[in-house]
Design a protein around this ligand. Structure first.
Ligand code: NAD
Length: 380
């Protein structure tokens, strides 16, 4: 079948869903690969590199959407792109069906099948397709790089002829995939790292990376986890204790990286105005929850603001796109693994097996029917 990647149409999006490397794997499944001319440029992949990998470079999005039987993308389709979808065509992309009901309806009306990469069940067998984790890992790493870029000092402590330099103190709030990546990156740069999460089970992971887990003195256990490993909203008493702990940390830490999210809810506000005011001038806050409203009171999505007392607050929502080469390499690999499962005979024929937990879970529209939300997966 013809698998095609258009140039991303969302403003500022630099990632691409097909790389020369992933194209070679997809061709081994018996498929043909197409790419829109210039689609990989912002991620560092030239048209010539695609041609060398056996990919047909087509001029213009119209030809791509017309000819590809499977369209692979990074961002959900624009209204114009949805109009190009046609019956029998499959679209594989991040889609966020719960937030994009009208878009899903529109795709259904076009008779297309939509596989949402953000809906891949988080079970062991599907880890190779877990694009959410791939992107969160990059966001966590990049958050530390961005913090370093805005922080006027070293991360590591040094003793030099010109004087002693203390290590930077970094606090990471939320230790999911992005938080753990931030902890690993900050400790490897030599910072003193502390971390907090409502899920106590992450304490071992945090400590094994050389960081300190901040425990709360609380009558009940520090347990804010729900089934499925995700966080639940905290009780008011727990939240008060947590804010008390952060108030103590605020004057001491140099960099705060917040990543706290609760699925389906706005991000909890955890780093309040008074905490920013208590921080030292030149300190930096990177709020990875900015897209969901932010964990910090001062966060403005997609902006870098400086508080009255000189604290930099970064609310960019495009960290993976800021590392477009790495992000595209990982995302394209997640996509080609999805295509591998969709092509079990490696004969260039897509077998959309709705009895397969992973394919079923990720499929949000199938042959003109909406198939979201999926039933819970049967296997772990
Ligand atoms: P996420 O992005 O939903 O949330 C980020 C972190 O914020 C979580 O660790 C959460 O506990 C934390 N948080 C929420 N409210 C908080 C608060 N008030 N204070 C402090 N921290 C708070 O999380 P994620 O990175 O998507 O990971 C969620 C879970 O999914 C984890 O248990 C992770 O190990 C698991 N996971 C499993 C797989 C797999 O099995 N294939 C893959 C990826 C992630």
């Amino acid at each position: 079948m013809k698998i095609g990647a258009p140039k991303e149409s969302a403003r500022g999006e630099a990632r691409v869903a097909l790389t020369p490397e992933s194209a070679q794997h997809i061709q081994k499944l018996g498929h043909e690969c197409l790419i829109e001319a210039g689609a990989g440029e912002a991620a560092g992949f030239s048209d010539a590199a695609y041609r060398d990998a056996g990919v047909s470079v087509v001029d213009g999005a119209d030809a791509l959407w017309r000819d590809a039987e499977v369209v692979i993308k990074v961002r959900e389709p624009s209204d114009d792109e949805v109009k190009q979808l046609h019956e029998g065509q499959t679209l594989i992309t991040f889609f966020w069906p719960a937030q994009n009901e009208a878009l899903l309806e529109a795709c259904k009306a076009q008779g297309a099948t939509v596989v949402a990469m953000d809906m891949v069940p988080r079970i062991s067998r599907a880890q190779k397709m877990d694009a959410l984790s791939s992107m969160a890992n990059i966001a966590g790493y990049r958050a530390v790089i961005e913090a370093g870029n805005n922080f006027g000092r070293f991360f590591t402590g040094q003793v030099t002829a010109a004087g002693k330099v203390p290590p930077a103190k970094v606090l990471v709030v939320g230790a999911g995939v992005a938080g753990l990546a931030a902890i690993g990156t900050a400790t490897s740069l030599g910072a003193v790292v502390r971390a907090f999460d409502v899920r106590p089970e992450v304490s071992e992971q945090i400590e094994s990376m050389g960081a300190e887990f901040l425990f709360l003195e609380f009558d009940e256990s520090q347990d804010g986890s729900e089934s499925g490993g995700y966080a639940a909203p905290s009780s008011p008493e727990f939240r008060e204790k947590q804010l008390e702990c952060f108030r103590e940390q605020a004057p001491d830490v140099d960099i705060v990286i917040t990543t706290a999210l609760i699925p389906g809810k706005p991000a909890p506000k955890l780093w309040l105005e008074d905490m920013v005011a208590a921080m030292k001038p030149g300190s930096v806050i990177i709020d990875l929850a900015a897209e969901k409203g932010g964990n910090c009171d001062l966060t403005k999505p997609d902006e870098r603001v400086v508080s009255d007392n000189g604290v930099v607050v970064v609310g960019y929502t495009d960290f993976p796109s800021r590392m477009a080469t790495q992000a595209s390499l990982l995302y394209a690999t997640n996509i080609r693994h999805m295509l591998t499962d969709l092509t079990p005979e490696k004969d260039g024929v897509i077998n959309h097996n709705m009895d397969d937990d992973v394919i079923r879970g990720a499929t949000v529209a199938h042959q003109g029917e909406i198939t979201f939300p999926p039933p819970p997966p049967k296997v772990k």
